[in-house]
Design a protein around this ligand. Structure first.
Ligand SMILES: NC(=O)c1ccc[n+]([C@@H]2O[C@H](COP(=O)([O-])OP(=O)(O)OC[C@H]3O[C@@H](n4cnc5c(N)ncnc54)[C@H](OP(=O)(O)O)[C@@H]3O)[C@@H](O)[C@H]2O)c1
Length: 258
């Protein structure tokens, strides 16, 4: 049993790994002995995140914006050019936009879809040769897509494109899981509920919305680094090797009451 949860020496790529959930995930893999590459838009922010994480283990950075498919393909090419293997791709980078229906801008539809759905698809396309290269039945490669409970909730605070993008990434997860299973690539998604990050800071920075949000979570708290880190490491370990095409809800029971 000692090896069941091991990800030691596995190579992990975490998009948006410099902050928020991506940083929690990256820290968990580094702490478990994996080698991690994090991506982000700004070199300076990425370097300072990498510096903070470096005491945990070997970490590298790659800079790039994922809004446009060509840029996602370019990022994948840059990863391939490093010569590093790839065992686990974590499509974590995401953006959101909330605005009433009448004024919701078209750009907030295309940008959100670009980062949350198109980029994960392009990264899988472009990195598949690397993922399959080291994969076998006993040691499958993994794609882990970070979705959201907003894929199935309807009270989504005017984040129309975000909710639609998360439903899309959940379905893409199932479609790719079926196609890639024979090539020993597992594809799963995690649907987080509420975690305190830059994306949700507006909830936590005011007492009333914070109290309202926490009241809607049966376990009575927001998600923590151990929750997202533990689940992603599990999915990438031997213990998770019989799961593919699943969407794992990680929300403290938030979806139960809505
Ligand atoms: N927080 C929650 O409660 C929650 C709940 C459900 C799902 N999620 C999902 O969790 C994932 C991480 O979000 P978070 O909560 O950690 O928010 P966050 O702190 O705002 O992080 C978002 C990450 O995505 C990256 N990103 C955003 N736009 C990008 C772009 N155009 N190109 C490349 N990278 C871009 C950011 O990179 P930079 O370093 O360049 O800014 C950042 O690292 C997202 O997919 C989000 O939808 C979060």
């Amino acid at each position: 049993m000692s090896d069941w949860f091991s990800v030691r020496d596995r190579s992990i790529l975490v998009t948006g790994g410099g902050g928020g959930l991506g940083r929690m995930i990256s820290a968990a893999f580094l702490g478990a002995g994996a080698r991690v590459t994090i991506t982000g838009r700004k070199a300076a922010a990425l370097d300072s995140a990498a510096e903070a994480l470096a005491p945990l283990g070997p970490i590298e950075t790659l800079c790039g914006d994922l809004r446009e498919p060509v840029a996602a393909a370019e990022l994948a090419r840059a990863y391939r050019a490093t010569g590093r293997p790839l065992d686990v791709l974590i499509n974590n980078a995401g953006r959101t936009w909330g605005e009433p229906l009448a004024t919701f801008p078209h750009s907030a539809w295309t940008d959100v879809m670009g980062v949350n759905v198109t980029a994960p698809f392009v990264l899988v396309q472009e990195l598949l040769p690397l993922l399959t290269a080291g994969a076998s039945a006993s040691r499958p490669a993994c794609v882990i897509n970070i979705g959201s409970v907003y894929a199935h909730l309807t009270d989504v605070m005017h984040s129309y494109s975000y909710a639609a993008s998360k439903a899309a990434i959940h379905q893409l997860t199932r479609v790719l899981a079926r196609e890639l299973a024979p090539r020993h690539v597992l594809v799963n998604a995690i649907a987080p509920g509420l975690f305190h990050t830059r994306m949700t800071d507006f909830v936590f920075s005011n007492e009333a919305p914070r109290a309202r949000a926490l009241a809607g979570i049966p376990l009575g708290r927001a998600g923590a680094a151990e929750d997202i880190g533990g689940l992603t490491v599990f999915l990438a370990s031997r213990a998770g090797a019989y799961l593919t095409g699943t969407v794992l809800t990680l929300d403290g029971g938030m979806s139960l009451s809505q």
